[in-house]
Design a protein around this ligand. Structure first.
Ligand SMILES: NC(=O)c1ccc[n+]([C@@H]2O[C@H](COP(=O)([O-])OP(=O)(O)OC[C@H]3O[C@@H](n4cnc5c(N)ncnc54)[C@H](OP(=O)(O)O)[C@@H]3O)[C@@H](O)[C@H]2O)c1
Length: 278
């Protein structure tokens, strides 16, 4: 069982990735962003999840490169934006991402959303970036099982991870089963349901039992299920709170109680809508 924020999962290409990272969607204000990301580094976060679409790669790159934490200790993920999909634009914008992030190699590059029209060209470019060692690992986001099947049937390199929306109201069991069987890591985005799950009564009862916040209970649930998890907060006290989930554990029946809260309720788009749109 996971014991600390330093623990890693081993991806299918042998690369180690921290299981508990920090999401930076909507963190664009320089002062507040600095405070939140500095706090994240201080409390032990080493994995940071950004995207070309978030328009904060440069801010994250600046803060990380000016911090006292060595590059070799960090794990930086970014994503090819929908508007940058396609072979040539994936190559050129990945290079821009490297510059923005002040690094000469990315730890993980993901396709942000599946696109029926572009996904394979985008993936071919990512395979090239992987072969040329500009990225240590490549993966996808928001791929449903049929998207993964289509990709894996044609790809030379299998995705290391599928990052999908997952929280107690959207537990994604079918995708979890599929990726487990196919040795692809499962990563939860919006792990707190963007706040929508924080007022749940059942989770409130568990929080009271463990003298923890509901956010901490949810993050612990993700970790115990083996999910890679990337909660976001711009509030330094919450950044710290979300890191303090290693002094208790849920028992098996409590994990199942949280699983049973599933309503297949999304906060974001259904991937098949985007699949046909881009
Ligand atoms: N691949 C994709 O398509 C995709 C899509 C969405 C997100 N993501 C990634 O996943 C990360 C996390 O998802 P998310 O940012 O959408 O949502 P989230 O982490 O589920 O929730 C963030 C929200 O919860 C609040 N919050 C955080 N900790 C809290 C606490 N301890 N108590 C009360 N409220 C708390 C935050 O408020 P404050 O910030 O105001 O403190 C913010 O409003 C993103 O940052 C991004 O890196 C990926």
């Amino acid at each position: 069982m996971i014991k600390s924020i330093e623990d890693t999962v081993i991806l299918n290409n042998g690369v180690k990735m921290p299981q508990h990272g920090f999401g930076v969607y909507l963190i664009t204000d320089e002062k507040k962003g600095c405070e939140a990301i500095d706090k994240a580094l201080e409390v032990g976060y080493r994995a940071f999840d950004t995207a070309q679409f978030y328009e904060n790669e440069a801010l994250l790159g600046k803060i990380l490169s000016e911090s006292s934490v060595k590059r070799s200790e960090l794990f930086i993920t970014t994503k090819v934006a929908n508007y940058n999909q396609g072979y040539d634009s994936t190559l050129s914008t990945a290079e821009q991402s490297l510059k923005n992030l002040h690094v000469d190699q990315l730890d993980l590059l993901l396709i942000h959303w599946p696109s029926k029209r572009y996904f394979f060209e985008t993936w071919k470019a990512m395979e090239r970036l992987y072969d040329e060692k500009m990225v240590r690992a490549i993966g996808v986001c928001n791929f449903e099982i049929h998207h993964l099947e289509e990709l894996c049937a044609k790809a030379n390199v299998k995705p290391v991870v599928d990052q999908v929306e997952c929280h107690p109201y959207l537990t994604q069991q079918p995708i979890r089963d599929y990726v487990k069987k196919n040795n692809i890591a499962f990563e939860s985005w919006s792990p707190l349901g963007r706040g929508a799950v924080l007022h749940d009564t059942v989770l409130g009862i568990l929080a009271e039992k463990y003298n923890k916040s509901v956010a901490q209970i949810i993050i612990r649930w993700h970790l115990q299920k083996g999910n890679i998890v990337i909660p976001k907060s711009i509030t330094p006290s919450r950044v710290e709170e979300n890191s303090k989930v290693y002094d208790f554990s849920l028992d098996e029946s409590e994990v199942k109680i949280i699983d049973a809260l599933n309503k297949d309720k999304r906060t974001g788009d259904h991937p098949d809508v985007i699949w046909n749109q881009i």
